[in-house]
Ligand binder design. Structure first.
Ligand code: AQP
Length: 358
């Protein structure tokens, strides 16, 4: 691999209904990383306008994601927290990447196909180009690691493809300007000096894909029209308990090990949630609950979910009620983020050959 300074970047869209999947797949995993390397956590509001949106709701949801970051334990003195639209370099680098990425690459993105649905002609150009903006989010900071849920794997592969093509297309220019980082293992695919790292996805643990509580084959999602399909991060204890009680299951008792969860998507999902919330493996959970019916397991899961999530909801509500602290965190974060991205974009512009203001 290459020798870039380790740095984490990740983001969450402020599209409302932040849910347990966002928490377990992403936000909760952001917290320990802040003690391991420099971390940048973004509220990706420019991504949120790729589908029809309500401007007033976007403002509120931007505060809400920030509140979730803080309530989950991200310390704004350690990590940089900011909203994407306040750092211009994201949009600028996204344009450069629109000219590096190929139409064929973007046409293969499953998230675009799912979100555009049958009416693709009517989808926004922004929705199609979403992955190039995501690549820019990451590479404007030359981030080396990105913790995300499993659904983002394909976009991260595309980010690597874009970085690789940029490094190759401009290899001579990067060397000539002396702005590259030595690549310890040059190959026909990658030159000896790299401008962008090949970012590593961090997709691990028992909760990389939390499924809908109503349908174990569908991802838990903000945009699911059924509120019963997800546990929202600001749900009350009663709402959490009710949703778990009503979660779809099968009539069989829980198996004694994970092998017995094959073909039981809903059961596997609930066991995965229990494992992630308790910090144990699925097999450990099943060694306690194997042979038990859902009438025993569901109340235990509800108690655990309330114990873990209710204090976070309280803190989010407190922060949202007096958002001055949220605004201060975002302002400070945007300044610190700009200070990293500006010199990187300055070099990217020179690599492209844009004539500077004189
Ligand atoms: N169900 C999930 N299980 C595990 N991780 C998940 N993530 C999303 N859903 C799950 C992870 O949360 C982070 C932020 O996601 P996002 O805001 O970019 O939204 P998304 O991935 O498009 O998924 P959503 O939340 O369901 O929104 P909609 O309904 O708008 O598509 C990412 O790291 C993601 O992997």
């Amino acid at each position: 691999m290459n020798q870039f300074q380790p740095r984490v970047f990740s983001g969450v869209q402020p599209t409302g209904n932040l849910h347990l999947g966002n928490y377990l797949g992403a936000i909760s995993r952001f917290v320990p990383l802040q003690d391991e390397m420099p971390t940048i956590y973004c509220v990706v509001d420019m991504h949120a306008i790729t589908v029809k949106h309500d401007p007033a709701a976007l403002t509120v949801a931007t505060r809400e994601v920030t509140a979730a970051y803080l309530a989950a334990g991200i310390d704004p003195k350690k990590a940089i927290i900011f909203n994407q639209s306040q750092v211009r370099e994201h949009a600028e680098l996204a344009w450069i990447f629109n000219c590096v990425a190929r139409m064929g690459w973007l046409s293969r993105m499953t998230q675009f196909k799912e979100k555009a649905g049958k009416n693709r002609e009517n989808a926004s150009v922004g929705l199609f180009a979403y992955p190039t903006l995501m690549a820019a989010d990451i590479l404007a900071y030359r981030a080396t690691h990105v913790p995300v849920g499993d659904d983002q794997k394909q976009h991260l592969e595309l980010t690597r493809d874009i970085a690789q093509k940029f490094n190759n297309d401009f290899a001579e220019r990067i060397a000539e300007l002396g702005v590259g980082v030595p690549n310890p293992a040059p190959s026909p695919e990658l030159p000896g000096e790299l401008f962008f790292p090949l970012t590593e996805p961090m997709i691990a643990g028992p909760a990389t894909r939390i499924m809908s509580l109503r349908d174990g084959t569908k991802k838990m999602s903000k945009s699911d029209p059924s509120d019963l399909s997800r546990i929202n991060l600001r749900d009350t204890a009663d709402e959490i308990s009710k949703k778990i009680r009503k979660a779809k299951t099968d009539p069989e008792p829980l198996p004694g090990d994970t092998g017995g969860l094959a073909d039981r998507a809903e059961a596997a999902n609930l066991v995965g949630i229990y494992a992630a919330l308790s910090g144990r493996t699925k097999d450990e959970v099943l060694s306690d609950f194997g042979g038990q019916p859902f009438s025993v397991f569901k109340p235990a899961l509800a108690d655990l979910a309330v114990e873990k999530l209710a204090p976070m909801a309280d803190e989010m509500n407190r922060l949202m009620a007096a958002p001055d602290h949220i605004h201060a965190v975002l302002r400070d974060g945007a300044e610190r983020a700009s200070a990293i991205a500006e010199p990187i974009l300055h070099d990217a512009r020179r690599i492209c050959g844009f004539l500077e203001r004189r």
